[in-house]
Design a protein around this ligand. Structure first.
Ligand SMILES: N=c1c2ncn([C@@H]3O[C@H](COP(=O)(O)OP(=O)(O)OP(=O)(O)O)[C@@H](O)[C@H]3O)c2ncn1[C@@H]1O[C@H](COP(=O)(O)O)[C@@H](O)[C@H]1O
Length: 87
């Protein structure tokens, strides 16, 4: 289990060190267009799970959406403060 900030720190480090086999590195290399499509897909899965599936499944889909949003943040070279200032 990890928090939002801990995941962001991990993904930032992954982007810096580029370990072999990392899905995050592959997503970053695929670029903003590809990451954006994945965000839209995961957002739809959150919606469907919220309406038609269990709370547990909705929570899992929400976690995946958060992951892809963080990948987009890193692709755009945004850090947590860049986003937090609008919360
Ligand atoms: N939290 C996540 C996470 N959430 C979602 N995903 C990815 O997003 C996909 C979303 O699931 P889908 O049901 O859409 O699966 P899919 O249709 O097969 O997706 P595609 O792989 O085809 O895009 C998952 O299969 C993962 O590839 C994640 N990948 C990684 N993480 C975290 O990121 C860390 C670093 O990951 P790596 O870079 O892969 O080492 C990991 O330790 C995890 O903690």
């Amino acid at each position: 289990m990890k928090t939002f900030d801990q995941l962001f720190a991990q993904l930032t480090e992954t982007a810096r060190t580029r370990p072999e086999g990392s899905g995050t590195v592959a997503r970053l290399d695929a670029g903003v267009h590809s990451i954006g499509k994945k965000i839209v897909e995961e957002a739809a899965e959150v919606w469907m799970a919220a309406e038609h599936e269990s709370k547990e499944q909705a929570a899992e889909e929400i976690s995946q959406l958060i992951y892809h949003l963080q990948v987009m943040m890193i692709a755009l070279d945004l850090d947590l403060d860049d986003v937090n200032r609008y919360l």
